[in-house]
Design a protein around this ligand. Structure first.
Ligand code: AHR
Length: 492
């Protein structure tokens, strides 16, 4: 029996709701087909945004959405995506599949999407192939309320009031697809570009500026950028993807051995070490902890589904992906004192999506259910908690079988989420909540075999449901968590 201790007296940090954020790029069928079908589509939509996906994302509690890229951001010229649709420029999306981008989804459409979702906006600007003026004018177009060339242009295009822009990214992966820069060079570029990302209304529309951070374990990037950070930098954005094999042979999303299952989870669990090491460097240069860590791209990256465009990054999503999501979100919660936002890649039809579409059909993936179960943590206070656990996987493995986090809301309700990473073994746990008198416990579970997934033929193979295999006691509960499961306990 493993021991699980939750201490409501130890209130650690606010879990910013934006840790549960998402990312959507002009890539494959994420924006077009996945989120936006156009006003004239037969697929039910409101102003071009498909209703089924928007409703599902709202129900899941999406707090913030990042757009337009990714690599696409550093070749995106925002003026091509405004004004009458018939006169918008067309371009080739050279990064992603070489398809024609007709720019029918641009700034106004993105803001409309966020407004329908009821979420905040996070826009990534173009440093790689754009100018300082272009970036500066985009921010002016979106956020300036007074009289100026860009605010007039916005009004001509039908939008009187400025939009609320919460986050602005100064470039994306500028160590790679965003210009192949050295960190020293990028740091200076950041200082230059960010100077002109003006705060036109610091009180109501203050813009949080995100600098391009490191790729995975590139600690030199963090070191060099933090050395040169100035007051303009509010967050540094790390990217870390879980790739089971190597970049040439990543491995199938649905066909994998038990060994590969554990490899995936072990690599996902590395997120904890990567975050810890980047934070150590950041804290050295920024002892007052002014600059937050952002993880604005994360998730599993498998081989594309057979027969699909390799540039579209379309992959299925199994219980293995759900466990990756659950353990990663628990890690983010535990680091919520320093992590302000995270964005899983990518919302629909690309990489570790929460929804997949096929024409007018839509399904929700196992990862969707994890986000929906975990939404209760949003804006709660992280509590001190600890679970004893053996390791899962082969001899010598470093992956804990049980990975958890716990939070408390403003009404004193405690939410504890536990992932059982073992493919074979259930786990018996005894939970004790310090100085707490339990009146009621409810629980929800997502479980299955590692390879289980939802298909268009069987959309409900994996879904969350009520969990009752627990016994409440005066100060906690005992429970048996099935193998390969995620369980949320709501303790009142
Ligand atoms: O999410 C897919 C791609 O991964 C993004 O465009 C890029 O930023 C990263 O390399």
């Amino acid at each position: 029996m493993e021991k699980y201790l939750i201490n409501p007296n130890q209130k650690i940090s606010r879990i910013n709701k934006d840790i549960y954020g998402h990312f959507s790029e002009h890539l494959g069928r994420c924006i077009y087909e996945g989120l936006y079908v156009g006003e004239d589509s037969d697929i039910p939509n409101v102003n071009g945004m498909r209703c089924d996906v928007v409703n599902a994302l709202k129900e899941m509690g999406i707090p913030v959405l990042r757009w337009p890229g990714g690599c696409f951001a550093d070749e995106y010229h925002w003026k091509d995506g405004i004004g009458p649709k018939e006169s918008r420029k067309k371009m080739i999306n050279t990064h992603w599949g070489g398809v024609v981008e007709d720019n029918s989804f641009g700034t106004h459409e993105f803001m409309e999407l966020c407004s329908q979702l009821g979420c905040d906006c996070y826009i990534a600007g173009n440093v790689g192939s754009g100018t300082v003026q272009e970036m500066s004018e985009w921010v002016e177009y979106m956020t300036f309320g007074g009289l100026s060339p860009m605010s007039e242009l916005r009004k001509q295009n039908g939008r009187e009031e400025p939009w609320r822009l919460k986050y602005f990214g100064v470039g994306n992966e500028n160590w790679g697809c965003g210009g192949n820069m050295e960190p020293e060079f990028y740091a200076n570029q950041f200082r230059r570009y960010a100077t002109y990302v003006r705060n036109y209304d610091s009180e109501k529309n203050w813009i949080y500026k995100v600098a391009c951070g490191p790729n995975s374990e590139d600690y030199r990037w963090t070191e060099e950028v933090m050395k040169r950070a100035d007051w303009n930098m509010n967050g540094l954005a790390l990217h870390y993807y879980t790739v089971t094999g190597d970049w040439g042979h990543k491995g199938s999303a649905t066909e994998f051995s038990e060994k590969e299952y554990y490899t995936t989870l072990t690599k996902a669990y590395k997120m904890d070490e990567i975050i810890t090491r980047h934070l150590e460097i950041m804290n050295r240069y920024d002892p007052k902890k002014r600059v937050d860590l952002i993880v604005d791209e994360w998730g599993t990256w498998h081989d594309v589904e057979p027969g699909t465009n390799p540039g579209f990054l379309y992959q299925q999503n199994t219980m293995r992906d759900a466990i990756v999501a659950a353990l990663t979100l628990n890690i983010f919660n535990k680091h919520s004192d320093r992590i302000r936002m995270a964005n899983i890649a990518q919302t629909v039809n690309v990489l570790q999506s929460v929804a997949l579409t096929d024409g007018e059909d839509m399904l929700l993936t196992p990862t969707y259910y994890v986000f929906k179960m975990y939404k209760d943590h949003q804006d709660n206070t992280l509590l001190g908690s600890y679970i004893t656990s053996g390791k899962a996987g082969e001899e010598g493995a470093q992956l804990p079988q049980l990975i958890e986090s716990a939070s408390i809301d403003e009404n004193g309700v405690i939410y504890a989420t536990v992932a059982n990473t073992s493919a074979q073994d259930a786990a018996e746990i005894k939970c004790q909540v310090a100085d707490f008198e339990v009146k009621e416990i409810k629980a929800e579970i997502l479980a299955g075999k590692p390879g289980d997934y939802n298909s268009f033929e069987d959309k409900e193979c994996v879904k969350s449901g009520e969990f009752s295999d627990f016994t409440a006691c005066a100060d906690g509960f005992t429970a048996k968590l099935p193998a390969c499961s995620v369980v949320k306990f709501v303790i009142k």
